[in-house]
Design a protein around this ligand. Structure first.
Ligand code: ASP
Length: 343
């Protein structure tokens, strides 16, 4: 039977054109994108399209948009075999991470893609990204089940688990990296899936559930040598926040100065959830490795393991939206919910 794919267009460089006056890139009509890719008609699957209005540069992305996007996928879940989301690269990793937490029992592919050069340009990377994403979203195994029932990002010949990615290059066609988790597929002459890395649902027939409650009362404290008490106070003492993502050095280390540890301790005491992620691009937090990490652990700081920053922030939104209970929130933050961390 022919596979059915829903192609959702949110905006981003892939569908932009240069404004002749300002020379800035601006979104253009979805039908024009489709005209740029006549190859789509050659697919052996049915492709329906939906364009968000207004289209956005993904730098304007907001959690409310994630809720709309997740809702669109849920509404159309039964009718399609897979979903391809065209999205700007700037915040694609945040969207992919957020969606991965918002979806429960996901049993169909949701592939996010975009491009570094608009699809109408001669050297565009958008065409290949789009065509391969559709092929991946419609791939089935011998039993007819989707090969990659995950929220993923396809970019420049690599398929990644979405919540493991970071945009790390603003110019290169290889814009994304998944430093702590291997790719789900390599794309060359053949699409080589790596089944051992792909998460499968407990059942392919259970309905999809989405959580639309995201609590954004989260702050970020990135430490650096020379950070002052005032900066730490300003972040940890902020009114109304429930969680802090603490970006630490190396394997989760922070200054051992009494004033710093004291402030973290007070923050945890007053009920803030403090999640420790490393500033390093690869590797994991291990708060037992150094005295500087042990001090944080003793004060109740939670390990972010090998989480990306994007996954840590969106996981906080999701977890805080799930529960008011500190113990339960801590338990969820400490758990591997959607393959986002290696424990
Ligand atoms: N600013 C654009 C966006 O994220 C960049 C891109 O699409 O690559 O929407």
């Amino acid at each position: 039977m022919q596979k059915r794919i829903l192609l959702l267009y949110t905006g981003g460089t892939i569908g932009m054109k240069q404004d002749p006056v300002t020379l800035a890139l601006k979104p253009f009509n979805f039908n024009q994108i489709l005209e740029e890719v006549p190859e789509l008609k050659k697919f052996g699957c049915e492709i329906d399209t939906y364009s968000f209005d207004p289209l956005i540069d993904s730098s304007d992305m907001q959690p409310e948009f994630w809720v709309r996007l997740a809702g669109m996928i849920q509404e159309n879940y039964r009718r399609y075999d897979g979903f391809v989301v065209l999205h700007g690269t700037d915040t694609m990793s945040y969207t992919a991470s957020a969606l991965s937490f918002m979806f429960e029992n996901l049993a169909k592919p949701v592939v996010l893609t975009g491009s570094q050069l608009p699809i109408g340009m001669l050297r565009t990377d958008g065409k290949e990204n789009l065509i391969s994403s559709i092929e991946i979203a419609s791939s089935a195994d011998a039993n007819g089940n989707p090969v990659v029932p995950e929220v993923c990002i396809y970019f420049d010949a690599h398929l990644y688990r979405g919540n493991r990615t970071t945009k790390y290059n603003a110019e290169n066609f290889r814009a994304f990296r998944s430093a702590n988790f291997p790719v789900l597929a390599d794309v060359g002459i053949h699409i080589k899936f790596n089944p051992n890395n792909i998460l499968l649902p407990d059942s392919f027939s259970e309905p999809l559930r989405i959580s639309t409650s995201l609590d954004t009362r989260v702050a970020v404290l990135k430490i650096f040598p020379g950070i002052t008490r005032e900066v730490v106070d300003a972040v940890l003492g902020m009114d109304g926040i429930r969680g802090v993502v603490l970006e630490t050095f190396g394997s989760g280390n922070a200054p051992t100065a009494g004033w710093f540890v004291e402030r973290v301790k007070n923050a945890v005491r007053k009920g803030l959830l403090v999640l420790n992620v490393t500033q390093c691009q690869a590797g994991k937090v291990d708060m037992d490795a150094y005295a500087t990490g042990i001090a944080l652990k003793n004060e109740g700081v939670i390990s972010g393991y090998d989480s990306t920053f994007e996954a840590a922030v969106t996981k906080m939104f999701y977890v805080l939206g799930q529960t008011e209970d500190l113990v339960e929130a801590k338990r969820l933050l400490n758990s591997n919910l959607r393959g986002e961390i290696t424990i």
